[in-house]
Design a binder for this molecule. Sequence first.
Ligand code: PHB
Length: 387
Amino acid sequence: MRTQVAIVGAGPAGLLLSHLLDRAGVESVVVEARSREYVEARIRAGILEQSTVDLLREVGLGERLDREGDVHRGIYLQYPGERVHLDFVDLVGRSVTVYGQTEVTKDLGRARAAAGQEIVYEAADTAIHDAGTERPYLTFTGPDGRAERLDADVVVGCDGSFGPSRAAVPDPATWERTYPYSWLGILADAAPSTDELIYAWHPDGFALHSMRSATVSRLYLQVPNGTDVADWSDDRVWTALAERLGLDGWTLTPGPVTEKSVLPMRSFVQQPMRHGRLFLAGDAAHIVPPTGAKGLNLAVADVALLAPALAALVRNEDSALADAYSDTALRRVWRCTHFSWWMTTMLHTSADPFDTQLQLSQLRWVATSTAGATGLAENYAGLPIGF
Ligand code: PHB
């Protein structure tokens, strides 16, 4: 097989890149290790920045998003005795939209299928070859067990932290931060008890009330690393959520739990996001902890930069944008890496009493000063693509 751009990974980054390339008249083939059902059901955060929504609309992917997505003006920030609404629209003129990553992936999958786009699901042992030359190629075992080779002008790794692409960049610089806590997340058939997300600091640990729809809630608790979900019955989870999110005059309405899992928290950045004819986008190059919901939005920003760069490279042999891609993308990556780290360390309880006082002071400042609130709002609602 031969194509112009071989894309490893059919998550939102890979599928959106393929969609954007198609619109720019560039052919691509997407190769994915998992099944389509698996990829579409993979639960991730569900908050889209304004620029993500704008881009999806602009490229013909806004129809269901506009119908089913829920526009939020801001968030609630909570600390003992206080729940303060930060209104992003008033503060920075931008909103966010609650629309699950699963839904974005489904819309992209449908759009690719409607365009007759080739996506190879269940490809095993994908390997990247000759990335440092003008003739890179992929090898993999197809779903029928046959050995395949895909030649391309360019390979793009959109295959997350566990895919083969990251390791195909030789001698990268890497930065990593691990955190001494994880999240226990539940999905529940319960109407959200709040109109907008609540991020709560509590002496027992952080809690987050998010949602997927008018009938489905998504909630999280800070738990120690190594926590076994089996130790957290549904009752124990709801009791802890009610305690940590509790506020006089407000009640949390529980419901049947349909999914429960423990999520690790990590910050990671790899530089450069390119080696010769191999480019990395999304989680393949960087990981943020989920506090702040930046992961999907960063992946979208990467491919929004990469699509025109690759179109210029493969159509006109103009490499200026491709040469600038890594440095340009990393500016935003580091902004979001800082913001996600900042939200994480401000909201998760720590064993150090000095840290606790700093956190409470910081929360009070962000919640009550326009300058403090504006900084959070600008980062949360998202900086313009190209920042
Ligand atoms: C979610 O809805 O899953 C979610 C929302 C906000 C976050 C993280 C996760 O910061």
